[in-house]
Design a protein around this ligand. Structure first.
Ligand code: NAD
Ligand code: UD1
Length: 342
């Protein structure tokens, strides 16, 4: 039996593929390379092979679009899929405001295509990549899973709509097992430096931008806002190492296989750090190369956002292990390695 990873060559998918392969699972990936590179396939195999011999039977990659129902059916026909982890999607908030229809088409229709195939081939287990973005401006901190939801942009709305679609699918078929994972702020890279976050174009998110300043690609970081109601005036987020996050998917899969029904989990560390905390931690590992200036607040940003992670700890037996310094160290290592490789 194999686990199907949609978007498995992307940032979080590739780290999860490594963890799955290393734990003895067979993995099938579908990815259209809209935000990833085929070289990642080789790198996943290379890392996983350090723990286990990986053959074509253990790790297969299909390049194509999840909305292509013929391809999706072919994948389910050619492989014995036991569970699916659904990462595929477009994820840039700003872009989603400019191209809402593209976001709704890609994110929603790819999910429908997947759910129809799962239904046809009687595959019951699904992990879905949701986001802390569904909490919008939360009423208090930390954020619990049962807090009110509401999105402020098309990207966030696709996550909310998909969560609703999954709840309806589960209401119609209670033999489904679905884990909705709401990620907080994934950063960091694999210890090998072979896989990490490498967005196309200018990064919107903080960590990839910092990494590019540290390696000289950009001159300085703009810190958006230093007048927030936080310990140093810069905004606070719950940064989580991508390898910890990937391990959370394995725990969720284990839970699904015990027939858990539909469950929602926050995946974060439960600790908030400010932009300046992150920059200082990064500077301590890269030798103070990250110059910054303060700039106006970014529209739509919240001041503080961090998770309560008790539910994942109690029900999945999962907690994040890596600290901020390790997140910075692995990101810097990946960025340095990548710059030299290019
Ligand atoms: P990513 O862009 O690195 O990975 C997504 C992958 O999906 C890419 O490889 C892309 O090529 C592929 N893809 C997109 N549309 C596709 C389609 N129609 N068919 C086939 N492949 C397709 O993103 P990521 O950071 O790894 O995020 C994975 C998931 O987690 C996304 O759904 C994202 O919205 C969600 N998420 C990410 C973050 C984050 O900060 N990275 C936070 C919360 C939630
Ligand atoms: C972003 C997404 C959110 C998603 C989350 C998880 C936006 C508006 N929101 O949230 O939907 O769920 O990622 O990954 O993109 N910052 C700077 N300078 C920069 C970039 C960022 O100061 O160049 C600041 C931001 O203002 C913010 C913090 O760094 O305070 C983190 O930003 P970012 O990495 O974009 O994540 P979020 O805004 O939390």
């Amino acid at each position: 039996m194999s686990v199907l990873l949609t978007g498995g060559l992307g940032y979080i998918g590739s780290h999860t593929a490594v963890e799955l392969l290393q734990s003895g699972e067979d993995v099938v990936v579908i990815d259209n390379l809209s935000n990833s590179n085929i070289k990642t396939k080789t790198n996943i195999k290379k890392i996983a092979s350090e723990k286990r011999k990986i053959s074509a039977k253990n790790f297969k990659v299909y390049i194509g679009d999840l909305r292509d129902t013929n391809l999706v059916e072919k994948i389910f026909t050619e492989n014995k899929i036991d569970s699916v982890i659904h990462f595929a999607g477009l994820k840039a908030v700003g872009e989603s405001v400019k191209k809402p229809l593209e976001y709704y088409d890609n994110n929603i229709n790819s999910t429908l295509s997947l759910l129809k195939a799962m239904n046809k081939f009687k595959v019951k287990n699904l992990v879905f990549s949701s986001s802390a973005t569904v909490y919008g401006q939360a009423k208090s901190m930390p954020i619990y899973e049962d807090f009110e939801v509401g999105a402020t942009n098309p990207y966030g709305r696709t996550k909310l709509f998909i969560e609703e679609i999954l709840k309806d699918a589960y209401a119609a078929d209670s033999t489904l097992n679905i884990a909705i994972l709401r990620y907080f702020n994934p950063i960091g890279a694999h210890d090998s430096g072979l896989i990490g976050e490498d967005p196309n174009g200018i990064p919107n998110n903080l960590m990839p931008y910092i990494s590019r300043v540290a390696t000289g690609r950009y001159d300085h970081l703009n810190i958006f806002g230093n007048d927030y109601n936080t310990h140093d005036g810069t905004a606070v987020r719950d940064y989580i190492h991508v390898v910890d996050l990937a391990k959370g998917h394995l725990k969720a899969l284990k839970k699904l296989r015990k027939n858990c029904g539909l469950q929602i989990y926050n995946l974060g560390t439960g600790v908030g750090y400010s932009v300046l905390d992150l920059v200082n931690a990064y500077n301590s590992v890269c030798g103070n190369k990250v110059k910054y200036i303060f700039a106006p607040r970014r529209p739509g940003d919240v001041d503080i956002c961090y998770a309560n992670v008790d539910k994942a700890k109690k029900e999945l037996g999962w907690t994040a292990k890596r600290n901020l310094k390790n997140m910075c160290k692995t990101s810097y290592n990946f960025e340095c390695k990548k710059s030299k490789l290019k």
